[in-house]
Design a protein around this ligand. Sequence first.
Ligand code: ATP
Length: 372
Amino acid sequence: MSSSGPRQAAYRLGVLKGDGIGPEVVPVAVDLADLSARAAGLSVEWVELPVGLEAYGQLGDTLPQQTVEALHGCHGWVLGPVEHHRYDPRLSGMRNPSGTLRRLFDLYANERPARNLPAVPSRYEAVDLVVVRENTEGFYADRNVLEGDAEVLVTPDVVISLRVVTRRACERIAEYAFQLARRRARLRARPGRVTAVHKANVLRRGDGLFLACCRAVASRYPDVALDDVHADAAAYFLVRDPQRYDVLVTTNLFGDILSDQAAGLVGSLGVAPSLNSGDEHAMAQAVHGSAPDIAGSGVANPTAEILSVAMLFEWLGRRFDDPAATEAARRLEEAVGAALSAGVRTPDLGGSATTAEFARAVRARLAPGSML
Ligand code: ATP
Protein backbone atom coordinates (compact mmCIF):
# COMPACT_ATOMS: atom_id res chain seq x y z
CA MET A 1 0.00 0.00 0.00
CA SER A 2 1.17 3.52 -0.66
CA SER A 3 2.72 5.05 2.41
CA SER A 4 1.87 8.61 3.18
CA GLY A 5 4.53 11.21 2.38
CA PRO A 6 5.05 14.82 3.47
CA ARG A 7 2.39 17.26 2.32
CA GLN A 8 3.50 19.19 -0.78
CA ALA A 9 3.25 22.92 -1.41
CA ALA A 10 2.23 22.16 -4.99
CA TYR A 11 1.51 19.00 -6.97
CA ARG A 12 2.82 18.38 -10.45
CA LEU A 13 0.33 16.46 -12.55
CA GLY A 14 0.92 15.27 -16.13
CA VAL A 15 -1.73 15.67 -18.82
CA LEU A 16 -1.67 13.07 -21.62
CA LYS A 17 -4.63 13.72 -23.87
CA GLY A 18 -4.54 10.50 -25.91
CA ASP A 19 -6.46 9.62 -29.08
CA GLY A 20 -10.05 9.75 -30.34
CA ILE A 21 -12.24 11.67 -27.89
CA GLY A 22 -9.25 12.16 -25.54
CA PRO A 23 -8.45 15.71 -26.79
CA GLU A 24 -12.15 16.57 -26.27
CA VAL A 25 -12.65 15.24 -22.75
CA VAL A 26 -9.21 15.51 -21.08
CA PRO A 27 -8.81 19.33 -21.35
CA VAL A 28 -12.36 19.77 -20.02
CA ALA A 29 -11.58 17.53 -17.03
CA VAL A 30 -8.30 19.33 -16.34
CA ASP A 31 -9.89 22.77 -16.60
CA LEU A 32 -12.67 21.85 -14.14
CA ALA A 33 -10.29 20.02 -11.81
CA ASP A 34 -8.05 23.09 -11.73
CA LEU A 35 -10.99 25.29 -10.80
CA SER A 36 -11.96 22.89 -8.04
CA ALA A 37 -8.37 22.70 -6.78
CA ARG A 38 -8.12 26.50 -6.58
CA ALA A 39 -11.37 26.73 -4.65
CA ALA A 40 -10.10 24.09 -2.21
CA GLY A 41 -6.71 25.79 -1.75
CA LEU A 42 -4.82 23.06 -3.60
CA SER A 43 -1.96 24.18 -5.81
CA VAL A 44 -1.52 22.12 -8.99
CA GLU A 45 0.92 22.56 -11.85
CA TRP A 46 -0.40 20.78 -14.97
CA VAL A 47 2.23 19.57 -17.43
CA GLU A 48 1.06 18.65 -20.91
CA LEU A 49 3.01 15.76 -22.43
CA PRO A 50 2.90 14.07 -25.84
CA VAL A 51 1.35 10.59 -26.15
CA GLY A 52 -0.56 8.43 -28.64
CA LEU A 53 -0.99 8.81 -32.39
CA GLU A 54 -0.15 12.53 -32.39
CA ALA A 55 3.13 11.82 -30.56
CA TYR A 56 3.88 9.04 -33.05
CA GLY A 57 3.33 11.47 -35.93
CA GLN A 58 5.57 14.13 -34.40
CA LEU A 59 8.21 12.10 -32.56
CA GLY A 60 7.93 8.55 -33.94
CA ASP A 61 6.80 7.09 -30.62
CA THR A 62 3.36 6.64 -29.04
CA LEU A 63 5.04 6.95 -25.63
CA PRO A 64 8.12 9.15 -26.15
CA GLN A 65 11.02 8.82 -23.73
CA GLN A 66 10.70 12.53 -22.86
CA THR A 67 7.15 11.84 -21.65
CA VAL A 68 8.26 8.93 -19.47
CA GLU A 69 11.10 11.01 -18.01
CA ALA A 70 8.78 13.92 -17.25
CA LEU A 71 6.29 11.58 -15.56
CA HIS A 72 9.00 10.48 -13.13
CA GLY A 73 8.96 14.07 -11.88
CA CYS A 74 5.17 14.14 -11.51
CA HIS A 75 3.08 13.10 -8.50
CA GLY A 76 0.47 11.66 -10.83
CA TRP A 77 -1.12 12.17 -14.22
CA VAL A 78 -4.22 11.92 -16.38
CA LEU A 79 -4.10 9.55 -19.35
CA GLY A 80 -6.81 9.97 -21.97
CA PRO A 81 -8.03 6.99 -24.02
CA VAL A 82 -5.62 5.49 -26.53
CA GLU A 83 -6.72 3.87 -29.77
CA HIS A 84 -4.19 1.08 -29.40
CA HIS A 85 -6.00 -1.42 -31.61
CA ARG A 86 -4.86 0.90 -34.43
CA TYR A 87 -1.24 0.70 -33.27
CA ASP A 88 0.88 -1.73 -35.28
CA PRO A 89 3.06 -3.66 -32.78
CA ARG A 90 5.45 -4.59 -35.59
CA LEU A 91 6.48 -0.94 -35.93
CA SER A 92 8.97 0.32 -33.42
CA GLY A 93 7.59 3.22 -31.39
CA MET A 94 4.03 1.86 -31.48
CA ARG A 95 3.69 0.82 -27.85
CA ASN A 96 0.42 0.71 -25.97
CA PRO A 97 0.96 3.66 -23.58
CA SER A 98 -1.64 2.43 -21.12
CA GLY A 99 -0.17 -1.03 -20.48
CA THR A 100 3.39 0.25 -20.69
CA LEU A 101 2.83 2.99 -18.11
CA ARG A 102 1.08 0.61 -15.74
CA ARG A 103 4.09 -1.66 -15.91
CA LEU A 104 6.87 0.97 -15.95
CA PHE A 105 5.48 2.74 -12.87
CA ASP A 106 4.22 -0.45 -11.19
CA LEU A 107 0.66 0.89 -11.04
CA TYR A 108 -0.62 -2.40 -9.70
CA ALA A 109 -4.10 -1.47 -8.54
CA ASN A 110 -6.89 -0.48 -10.91
CA GLU A 111 -9.85 0.82 -8.93
CA ARG A 112 -13.09 1.03 -10.90
CA PRO A 113 -16.17 2.21 -9.00
CA ALA A 114 -19.69 1.68 -10.36
CA ARG A 115 -22.41 3.63 -8.61
CA ASN A 116 -25.59 5.39 -9.61
CA LEU A 117 -25.21 9.07 -10.37
CA PRO A 118 -28.01 11.59 -9.94
CA ALA A 119 -30.53 11.65 -12.81
CA VAL A 120 -28.50 9.23 -14.94
CA PRO A 121 -30.87 6.71 -16.50
CA SER A 122 -29.84 3.24 -15.44
CA ARG A 123 -31.13 -0.33 -15.30
CA TYR A 124 -30.58 -0.54 -11.54
CA GLU A 125 -30.82 1.67 -8.49
CA ALA A 126 -28.72 1.81 -5.33
CA VAL A 127 -25.65 0.26 -6.96
CA ASP A 128 -22.48 1.25 -5.12
CA LEU A 129 -19.64 -1.17 -5.75
CA VAL A 130 -15.98 -1.06 -6.75
CA VAL A 131 -14.03 -3.52 -8.86
CA VAL A 132 -10.37 -3.70 -7.78
CA ARG A 133 -8.39 -5.22 -10.61
CA GLU A 134 -4.80 -6.46 -10.48
CA ASN A 135 -3.00 -4.51 -13.18
CA THR A 136 0.48 -5.89 -13.75
CA GLU A 137 0.29 -9.59 -14.66
CA GLY A 138 -2.38 -12.24 -15.35
CA PHE A 139 -3.18 -13.01 -18.99
CA TYR A 140 -1.84 -9.71 -20.33
CA ALA A 141 0.77 -10.82 -22.82
CA ASP A 142 2.29 -7.35 -23.13
CA ARG A 143 3.23 -7.04 -19.47
CA ASN A 144 3.75 -10.41 -17.86
CA VAL A 145 7.18 -11.30 -19.26
CA LEU A 146 10.40 -9.28 -19.13
CA GLU A 147 11.17 -9.63 -22.82
CA GLY A 148 9.09 -10.80 -25.74
CA ASP A 149 5.46 -11.68 -25.54
CA ALA A 150 3.53 -14.18 -23.47
CA GLU A 151 1.49 -15.45 -26.41
CA VAL A 152 3.26 -18.05 -28.51
CA LEU A 153 2.26 -19.14 -32.00
CA VAL A 154 3.29 -22.80 -31.82
CA THR A 155 2.00 -23.68 -35.30
CA PRO A 156 -0.22 -21.56 -37.57
CA ASP A 157 -3.17 -23.22 -35.85
CA VAL A 158 -2.01 -23.39 -32.23
CA VAL A 159 -1.51 -20.54 -29.76
CA ILE A 160 -0.38 -20.85 -26.18
CA SER A 161 -1.14 -17.89 -23.90
CA LEU A 162 0.72 -17.75 -20.62
CA ARG A 163 -0.79 -16.32 -17.47
CA VAL A 164 1.39 -15.10 -14.62
CA VAL A 165 0.16 -15.05 -11.02
CA THR A 166 2.54 -14.14 -8.20
CA ARG A 167 2.11 -14.13 -4.45
CA ARG A 168 3.44 -10.57 -4.23
CA ALA A 169 0.90 -9.19 -6.73
CA CYS A 170 -1.99 -11.12 -5.13
CA GLU A 171 -1.10 -9.97 -1.64
CA ARG A 172 -0.76 -6.31 -2.50
CA ILE A 173 -3.98 -6.18 -4.53
CA ALA A 174 -5.83 -7.90 -1.68
CA GLU A 175 -4.33 -5.41 0.78
CA TYR A 176 -5.51 -2.55 -1.46
CA ALA A 177 -9.04 -4.00 -1.56
CA PHE A 178 -9.25 -4.40 2.22
CA GLN A 179 -7.97 -0.87 2.84
CA LEU A 180 -10.56 0.45 0.42
CA ALA A 181 -13.36 -1.60 2.00
CA ARG A 182 -12.38 -0.25 5.42
CA ARG A 183 -12.48 3.37 4.19
CA ARG A 184 -15.83 2.83 2.50
CA ALA A 185 -17.24 1.23 5.66
CA ARG A 186 -16.23 4.29 7.70
CA LEU A 187 -17.75 6.72 5.20
CA ARG A 188 -20.98 4.76 4.87
CA ALA A 189 -21.21 3.76 8.55
CA ARG A 190 -21.77 0.09 7.80
CA PRO A 191 -19.55 -3.01 7.84
CA GLY A 192 -17.15 -3.43 4.93
CA ARG A 193 -17.03 -6.48 2.68
CA VAL A 194 -14.57 -7.79 0.11
CA THR A 195 -15.57 -10.42 -2.43
CA ALA A 196 -12.71 -12.32 -4.10
CA VAL A 197 -13.61 -13.24 -7.69
CA HIS A 198 -11.75 -16.25 -9.12
CA LYS A 199 -11.91 -19.56 -10.95
CA ALA A 200 -9.95 -21.63 -8.44
CA ASN A 201 -12.18 -24.57 -9.34
CA VAL A 202 -10.48 -24.71 -12.79
CA LEU A 203 -7.32 -22.60 -12.51
CA ARG A 204 -6.44 -24.41 -9.33
CA ARG A 205 -2.89 -23.20 -8.91
CA GLY A 206 -3.07 -19.61 -10.19
CA ASP A 207 -6.45 -18.66 -8.80
CA GLY A 208 -5.84 -20.96 -5.85
CA LEU A 209 -2.84 -18.80 -4.94
CA PHE A 210 -4.89 -15.62 -5.46
CA LEU A 211 -7.65 -16.88 -3.15
CA ALA A 212 -5.20 -18.07 -0.49
CA CYS A 213 -3.58 -14.60 -0.49
CA CYS A 214 -6.97 -12.90 -0.11
CA ARG A 215 -7.73 -15.15 2.87
CA ALA A 216 -4.34 -14.48 4.46
CA VAL A 217 -4.76 -10.70 4.11
CA ALA A 218 -8.35 -10.92 5.45
CA SER A 219 -7.03 -12.25 8.75
CA ARG A 220 -5.44 -8.81 9.32
CA TYR A 221 -8.79 -7.04 8.78
CA PRO A 222 -11.23 -8.51 11.33
CA ASP A 223 -13.57 -5.54 10.73
CA VAL A 224 -14.00 -6.39 7.01
CA ALA A 225 -15.81 -9.55 5.88
CA LEU A 226 -14.44 -11.69 3.05
CA ASP A 227 -16.40 -13.97 0.79
CA ASP A 228 -15.61 -15.35 -2.64
CA VAL A 229 -17.39 -16.20 -5.86
CA HIS A 230 -16.47 -17.86 -9.16
CA ALA A 231 -16.02 -15.31 -11.96
CA ASP A 232 -18.90 -16.73 -14.02
CA ALA A 233 -21.25 -16.60 -11.03
CA ALA A 234 -20.07 -13.03 -10.30
CA ALA A 235 -21.15 -12.01 -13.83
CA TYR A 236 -24.55 -13.63 -13.18
CA PHE A 237 -25.07 -12.02 -9.78
CA LEU A 238 -23.94 -8.62 -11.06
CA VAL A 239 -26.79 -8.67 -13.56
CA ARG A 240 -29.35 -10.15 -11.14
CA ASP A 241 -28.55 -8.28 -7.98
CA PRO A 242 -25.63 -5.81 -8.17
CA GLN A 243 -26.56 -4.21 -4.84
CA ARG A 244 -25.19 -7.28 -3.05
CA TYR A 245 -21.59 -6.22 -3.74
CA ASP A 246 -19.29 -3.78 -2.00
CA VAL A 247 -15.63 -4.30 -3.06
CA LEU A 248 -14.84 -6.99 -5.65
CA VAL A 249 -11.17 -7.92 -5.95
CA THR A 250 -9.88 -9.98 -8.84
CA THR A 251 -7.12 -10.80 -11.29
CA ASN A 252 -6.42 -8.71 -14.38
CA LEU A 253 -8.64 -10.17 -17.12
CA PHE A 254 -11.69 -10.92 -14.94
CA GLY A 255 -11.40 -7.38 -13.56
CA ASP A 256 -11.28 -5.86 -17.03
CA ILE A 257 -14.45 -7.66 -18.11
CA LEU A 258 -16.45 -7.32 -14.90
CA SER A 259 -15.69 -3.61 -14.51
CA ASP A 260 -17.05 -2.84 -18.00
CA GLN A 261 -20.12 -4.88 -17.11
CA ALA A 262 -20.46 -2.95 -13.86
CA ALA A 263 -20.23 0.35 -15.81
CA GLY A 264 -23.16 -0.84 -17.93
CA LEU A 265 -25.24 -1.42 -14.79
CA VAL A 266 -25.19 2.24 -13.84
CA GLY A 267 -25.63 3.99 -17.17
CA SER A 268 -22.89 4.51 -19.67
CA LEU A 269 -19.18 4.02 -20.18
CA GLY A 270 -19.19 7.82 -20.36
CA VAL A 271 -19.67 8.02 -16.57
CA ALA A 272 -17.28 5.24 -15.45
CA PRO A 273 -14.07 6.54 -13.85
CA SER A 274 -10.96 4.66 -12.78
CA LEU A 275 -7.63 5.15 -11.07
CA ASN A 276 -4.44 3.13 -11.54
CA SER A 277 -2.11 3.45 -8.60
CA GLY A 278 1.10 2.11 -7.14
CA ASP A 279 3.10 3.06 -4.09
CA GLU A 280 4.58 6.20 -5.65
CA HIS A 281 2.36 7.35 -8.51
CA ALA A 282 -1.24 7.31 -9.69
CA MET A 283 -2.80 7.63 -13.12
CA ALA A 284 -6.37 8.81 -13.69
CA GLN A 285 -7.88 6.99 -16.67
CA ALA A 286 -11.55 6.74 -17.65
CA VAL A 287 -12.74 3.17 -18.25
CA HIS A 288 -13.93 3.98 -21.78
CA GLY A 289 -11.86 3.72 -24.95
CA SER A 290 -11.19 6.30 -27.63
CA ALA A 291 -14.76 6.08 -29.02
CA PRO A 292 -13.78 6.61 -32.68
CA ASP A 293 -17.46 6.51 -33.69
CA ILE A 294 -18.13 9.89 -32.00
CA ALA A 295 -14.63 11.45 -31.96
CA GLY A 296 -14.56 14.96 -33.37
CA SER A 297 -18.30 15.53 -33.05
CA GLY A 298 -18.14 17.37 -29.72
CA VAL A 299 -20.68 15.19 -27.93
CA ALA A 300 -18.47 12.90 -25.82
CA ASN A 301 -19.43 12.70 -22.17
CA PRO A 302 -16.54 14.09 -20.07
CA THR A 303 -17.99 12.78 -16.77
CA ALA A 304 -15.81 9.65 -16.60
CA GLU A 305 -12.68 11.71 -17.19
CA ILE A 306 -13.67 14.37 -14.62
CA LEU A 307 -14.49 11.76 -11.97
CA SER A 308 -11.19 9.98 -12.71
CA VAL A 309 -9.32 13.19 -11.91
CA ALA A 310 -11.39 13.47 -8.72
CA MET A 311 -10.11 9.97 -7.82
CA LEU A 312 -6.56 11.19 -8.46
CA PHE A 313 -7.15 14.11 -6.07
CA GLU A 314 -8.50 11.68 -3.44
CA TRP A 315 -5.37 9.56 -3.86
CA LEU A 316 -3.18 12.68 -3.40
CA GLY A 317 -5.15 13.44 -0.26
CA ARG A 318 -4.35 9.98 1.18
CA ARG A 319 -0.78 9.73 -0.09
CA PHE A 320 0.23 13.16 1.20
CA ASP A 321 -2.27 13.41 4.01
CA ASP A 322 -3.57 16.61 2.42
CA PRO A 323 -7.17 17.61 3.22
CA ALA A 324 -7.11 20.26 0.43
CA ALA A 325 -6.77 17.48 -2.17
CA THR A 326 -9.63 15.52 -0.60
CA GLU A 327 -11.74 18.68 -0.58
CA ALA A 328 -10.94 19.39 -4.27
CA ALA A 329 -12.14 15.87 -5.11
CA ARG A 330 -15.34 16.33 -3.12
CA ARG A 331 -16.15 19.66 -4.79
CA LEU A 332 -15.56 18.23 -8.25
CA GLU A 333 -17.81 15.23 -7.64
CA GLU A 334 -20.51 17.41 -6.13
CA ALA A 335 -20.46 19.82 -9.10
CA VAL A 336 -20.79 16.95 -11.59
CA GLY A 337 -23.68 15.52 -9.57
CA ALA A 338 -25.38 18.93 -9.46
CA ALA A 339 -25.06 19.43 -13.24
CA LEU A 340 -26.52 15.97 -13.88
CA SER A 341 -29.31 16.57 -11.35
CA ALA A 342 -30.23 19.74 -13.24
CA GLY A 343 -30.86 17.55 -16.29
CA VAL A 344 -27.78 18.54 -18.31
CA ARG A 345 -26.93 15.31 -20.15
CA THR A 346 -24.89 14.30 -23.18
CA PRO A 347 -26.44 12.03 -25.87
CA ASP A 348 -25.03 8.78 -24.38
CA LEU A 349 -27.32 9.48 -21.39
CA GLY A 350 -30.30 10.37 -23.56
CA GLY A 351 -29.71 14.13 -23.46
CA SER A 352 -28.71 16.65 -26.10
CA ALA A 353 -25.93 18.62 -24.38
CA THR A 354 -22.57 18.89 -26.10
CA THR A 355 -19.32 18.26 -24.25
CA ALA A 356 -18.82 22.04 -23.97
CA GLU A 357 -22.35 22.63 -22.65
CA PHE A 358 -21.94 19.96 -19.99
CA ALA A 359 -18.57 21.45 -19.03
CA ARG A 360 -20.18 24.91 -18.69
CA ALA A 361 -22.86 23.45 -16.42
CA VAL A 362 -20.25 21.90 -14.13
CA ARG A 363 -18.14 25.07 -14.20
CA ALA A 364 -21.14 27.16 -13.16
CA ARG A 365 -21.56 24.92 -10.10
CA LEU A 366 -17.89 25.04 -9.18
CA ALA A 367 -17.60 28.78 -9.53
CA PRO A 368 -21.12 30.25 -9.43
CA GLY A 369 -19.94 33.73 -10.37
CA SER A 370 -17.94 32.63 -13.42
CA MET A 371 -18.88 33.32 -17.05
CA LEU A 372 -21.34 30.81 -18.50
P1 ATP B 1 -11.35 0.16 -26.51
O1 ATP B 1 -10.98 -1.12 -27.17
O2 ATP B 1 -10.32 1.24 -26.65
O3 ATP B 1 -11.89 -0.01 -25.12
P2 ATP B 1 -14.00 0.21 -27.64
O4 ATP B 1 -14.43 0.58 -29.03
O5 ATP B 1 -14.10 -1.21 -27.21
O6 ATP B 1 -12.53 0.77 -27.38
P3 ATP B 1 -15.10 2.54 -26.44
O7 ATP B 1 -14.18 3.38 -27.24
O8 ATP B 1 -15.11 2.78 -24.99
O9 ATP B 1 -14.85 1.01 -26.61
O10 ATP B 1 -16.55 2.73 -27.04
C1 ATP B 1 -17.66 1.87 -26.77
C2 ATP B 1 -18.97 2.65 -27.04
O11 ATP B 1 -19.18 3.57 -25.95
C3 ATP B 1 -18.91 3.48 -28.31
O12 ATP B 1 -20.16 3.47 -28.95
C4 ATP B 1 -18.59 4.88 -27.80
O13 ATP B 1 -19.07 5.90 -28.63
C5 ATP B 1 -19.26 4.90 -26.45
N1 ATP B 1 -18.52 5.79 -25.52
C6 ATP B 1 -17.33 5.52 -24.94
N2 ATP B 1 -16.92 6.56 -24.20
C7 ATP B 1 -17.87 7.51 -24.33
C8 ATP B 1 -18.02 8.84 -23.80
N3 ATP B 1 -17.09 9.39 -22.98
N4 ATP B 1 -19.10 9.55 -24.14
C9 ATP B 1 -20.04 9.01 -24.93
N5 ATP B 1 -19.97 7.77 -25.46
C10 ATP B 1 -18.89 7.03 -25.17
